[in-house]
Design a protein around this ligand. Sequence first.
Ligand SMILES: Nc1nc2c(ncn2[C@@H]2O[C@H](COP(=O)(O)O[C@H]3[C@@H](O)[C@H](n4cnc5c(=O)[nH]c(N)nc54)O[C@@H]3COP(=O)(O)O)[C@@H](O)[C@H]2O)c(=O)[nH]1
Length: 874
Amino acid sequence: MKGEFQDVISALSSTLRAAEPKQFDTAMLDVLTRIGEHLGADRAYMLTLSEDGSSLEKVLEWIRQSSQFARGRNRKTPLSRYPWLMKQLRLQSCVIIDDPQGLPQEARTEKQDLDALQIQSLIFLPLWQDAQLLGLIGFDKVHGLLTASIETREKLIALAETVGSTLNRIKTSGVQLQTNSDLDQFMKLVPGMVFQYEVDSIDEPRMPLVSQQLEDVFGLPSERLAKTANPLLNRIYERDYYGVIDSIRLSRENVTPFREHFRAWTAEDELHYFRVISIPEQLPDKVLWHGYMADVTDQIQSEQAVIDQMVWTRAILDNIDDAIFSIDPSGTIQTVNRSAEKLFGYSAKTLKGSKINMVMPEPYRSRHDSYIERYLLTGESSIMGHNRELEAMSKDGTVFPIELQVSEIKIDESQYFIGVVRDITERKDNEKKIDHLAYYDPLTNLPNRRLLLERMQQQLIASTRHQSRQAILFLDLDNFKNLNDSLGHSVGDQYLLQLAHQLENNVTSDDTVARIGGDEFVIFLTALDFEHQVAVNQAHQVANDIRQTVTAPAKLASHEYIGSLSVGITVFHGREDTLEDLLKQADIALNQAKNTGKNTACLFDPSMQKAAEKKLQRESQIRYAMVQNQFELHYQPQILNPSRVTSVEALIRWQHPDEGWISPADFIPVCEESGLILELGEWVVDTACQQLAAWSFDKSKAHLIVAINISAKQFHQKDFANQVIKTVERTGAPAEKLELELTESLVVQDINDVASKMDELREYGIRFSLDDFGTGYSSLAYLKRLPFNQLKIDKSFVQDILNDESDLEIAKMIVALAQTMNLEVIAEGVETWPQARALADIGCHRYQGFLFARPISAEKITDTIAGLNQSVKP
Ligand SMILES: Nc1nc2c(ncn2[C@@H]2O[C@H](COP(=O)(O)O[C@H]3[C@@H](O)[C@H](n4cnc5c(=O)[nH]c(N)nc54)O[C@@H]3COP(=O)(O)O)[C@@H](O)[C@H]2O)c(=O)[nH]1
């Protein structure tokens, strides 16, 4: 029995030592019950010292069922009421009273209260910890005595020590030993989760105390968390977990408050944000935290929304190319974006707090404060709400153009201004470039036609006040196309550039040199003499000086080039004529210069204008005639001695409704000049080919070769050969019966191109005759290279062949040349039999001329040929 009681006490002691705060009440009640029963007591209880240390409060009580005691938990007993007992408790570890009547005088209140309760015997075990009374355990018996052997007493004393230290442990861990409904209530009312967290020497985390809210939020019962806090730790969001664990470690090592916020999964499997603060307490065997945790999901989410919004706004502002400032009414910068730093070269730190006028050049810098003041007073502003182009200044002093837009905002009743600044340097540069392009020639950088006209306009207005005359010199390079074609366009450009400099060197700074087309330049001379003739001489002098400069050999890409130019001059005073008229006059004079052999200067006179106007009129008549089919091809027979018509030359005729037949000598040059020759030439080839095709079915004419005159412009078209071949194919004309007459002047231009086109056509069967031979270049070199079939002795040699020895000699030479080169030779313009005989004598047996037949229509050709075949006998 004895051993059994000691085992019970040992077991109870162990239970108490291991008891968690929450388990203490249950364990202690068990101790009171088991020992009370063992001692035969009617009741057993534990009293603890009140917070203020003035009284003892009953916190646990066991009452034997059969006893008379009524339950009286939490009854307070002031210590001052029992001075004798208090003394005994300090003196003895186990106070036994088994004779209340025998108590000394000083224990009268104790006796009085024992009597009142009819207690005959009692045992008190004081609960001490570090010389501090924590409370006591008491056993009362109403009838009879409580007996306890020395061993029992020792055991009881040891048990009391265990209870004392357990009480102390629990007390110091902040837990009220009472089953404290106030604490429960408190924990329920606190908006959030209250807890204790501890880590002992074996690093096992536990939560001896958790509020109901914590249990509910995580769905983890307090009993479970009391054993191990891991289920809660495992709820921490993976990414936040190690941060939290690390914070706990630091708090533990340094005994510093643990503050953290983290995400964790709730009982509903939702990820919430929690904020926790807990204060660590270093206990002998562990660290205990007293903490508070709140679910701050809503707050974080709304904070996050604000942060997200701010991050977005910032990112947008920082990624806008425009600089954005906000300033207050004193002009002090409040905020800037990244572009503002970049644009002005100041850091945001420097800009913020500085006056906005630091990024302005004078005079804006000094005036800016007054602008704002005026706006604030009157609401007047030239900037507010508008886009304005101004200047700004960067940190290094560079002044650059900007576009500024200012608006006004109110934040918390305070007024601010937002300035959006766009650097428009590039735009301005481009505008300048576009402006330059609009007024200057990109190659030579000379003024173009537009600027020339503007300058002329200004000068002419001014000149009416001055006693001076002005002149326009219209310059055009002679045969510039040849230079381009032979040496290439870049060499041509180089030449134009050189020429531009030469022209500028020949005039004064008051004059204007402009390039108005490919090789066309205009010089506007402003201050010539008021005397007309003197002014004319001065203008001529300038033109001649320029011509002289140009005719000096120029070095061009390792070639020596001698150019020439023609100049048209008009001299005038003030605004007698319009600018366009004046330019036209100079242009007409230029044409005159070109027509009179080039490399010369011509002064405009009104008769030229009349001629030019006539030419224009002709041009439009020709256009009309083409539409109205007023052109016809006539054919002039070509005779092979003695009497065979072997071929005909197709010659164009114009049947004008009012003027009758108009000679090609009249309209062909107009067509050449205006470019109409291309359309007309195409018509000639087409009509001649149709005629050839038709004759190919007519026995009497199927043998005829038809020769067509091809103008230089027509031949030099890129696709000329292709055009002719297509026409031949389309009309079904026999190619070998088609002969193209080319002039010497045509073939000397770009010999390579001429050769390749002739070769292509020759290959196709088409013949070639060299027209007007002997009048021009007569170079053997090109004759050898080009696939001609025939040379044509020009009529100018035939006309005087009988009277002019040199014409006869030239004719002889042409015939000899033709024989040497195995070419046919024909003489044109044969008007008399003596001429024909003279030609026959030198070996020329083909003739064309009025002697045999004039050009006649296709309808009449049959009879003419028949007549000729019989009559010709040179
Ligand atoms: N590109 C084209 N040029 C053409 C075309 N048709 C004619 N022309 C050229 O026009 C110039 C004048 O031609 P036209 O008035 O027709 O004179 C030709 C003959 O009529 C003329 N001729 C012929 N025989 C004599 C003669 O015995 N005496 C004399 N005084 N004149 C005569 O000669 C002209 C033919 O010359 P050519 O072409 O050199 O053979 C003239 O240059 C024509 O080339 C056309 O369709 N396209």
